[in-house]
Design a binder for this molecule. Sequence first.
Ligand code: GDP
Ligand code: MG
Length: 442
Amino acid sequence: LSDRLSGVLDKLTKQGALSEADVATALREVRVALLEADVSLPVARDFVKAVQTKAEGQAVTKSVTPGQQVVKIVHDELVHVLAGDAADIGALKIDSPPASILMVGLQGSGKTTTTAKLAKRLSERDKKRVLMASLDTRRPAAMEQLAVLGTQIGVDTLPIVPGQDAVAIAKRAKQQATLGGYDVVMLDTAGRLHVDDELMGEVAAVRDATKPHETLLVVDGLTGQDAVNVAEQFDGQVGISGVVLTRMDGDGRGGAALSMRAVTGKPIKFVGLGEKMDALEEFHPERVAGRILGMGDIVSLVEKAQETIEAEQAERMMKRFQKGQFNMNDLKKQLEQMQQMGGMQGIMGMMPGMGKLSKQMEESGMDDSVIRRQIALIQSMTKKERANPQIMQASRKKRVAAGAGLEVSDLNRLLKMQRQMADMMKKMGKMGKKGMMRGALG
Ligand code: GDP
Ligand code: MG
């Protein structure tokens, strides 16, 4: 997956500017990446459309490559969609005690585990008195499971009374919470293998009986295309206030996160990262965005793309250097590189002897505006003059300086710099390629 994207980047970074075709090519691959990450088809389609609109409306930034720009737009949009209103993340509305939190979801999604994890967090981190109740009357061991976890984390659970249905248990739990002075009561419901009317009916009845402050949908992060369906059903029929994504410690891509955000618009609040009781974190949109795109870290990919161009340019230039060549075209490339990097780093700094020269240039005030003017001077030269700067005589100098709106003295400084660098190249050429590489690495 990341190979696919960096392949696109490689293609794009060889071109000069972000064109409509660039955007289209990149987005085709992004769409595939999203689908491979288990984002549902309609969500992936809409997302790509949104990105396309944004990308086309944006001016091309000279200082980044097209690949960087497309990936940044995609990544930013992904984070934007995933994050929504960031204030919702990790936050629960539990200020009026006893506040009830209803945990819903399919069987095996991690409801009971997450109930206990959240209870632990609320009691330890937020100093809340928490009561947990299992409303799972289907599976014989479900209530015991929660009781065992409660003991383990030091949180109270509602005493088990056999024969009660989910609504009756929920009412008893609320009563107990009020009487016992609890701040929060957590209601862990039963799930089903699939969404069905019976499940929805039961959960809706519990909702009506308890008027929960939060209804959290617990979804297995490894859920694929079905995540949209699950989220739609629960939100439509029960109404959810947020999502908890579990099993994000696994190797799922987390596409379910994007699907559910897009379909319900409800915040993803927490993420489960293991079976242990403290394996619960607030949702980090940046991390999941990187994961969906198949990159651990978008920045490192952008850097990799940058390195690829640098390496190619460096190699091309080295070949010329070996022959002792360094004309105005080379100088222009160097200047543009400096501009891109925002300073005197990169290839020049890596090469023996060049580091010193670049330092001199920096000390002599080679800032952005100076670099811009020098590039303007080179641009106003003819092709012939750029390739053979030694032919620059007085009349040519006058014409070139005027063309750039500058003085002949400015041009003289540029020519001097070019000569100095050409000299340096000649010396380096004698060292041979191997020597230079060693020097560059050492
Ligand atoms: P429920 O049926 O929705 O109540 O699901 P459970 O809470 O009983 O969890 C089912 C299984 O998933 C248990 O073995 C849990 O330990 C495991 N589980 C829950 N959350 C996570 C998680 O975030 N990561 C991992 N690796 N396992 C989890
Ligand atoms: Mg359970």
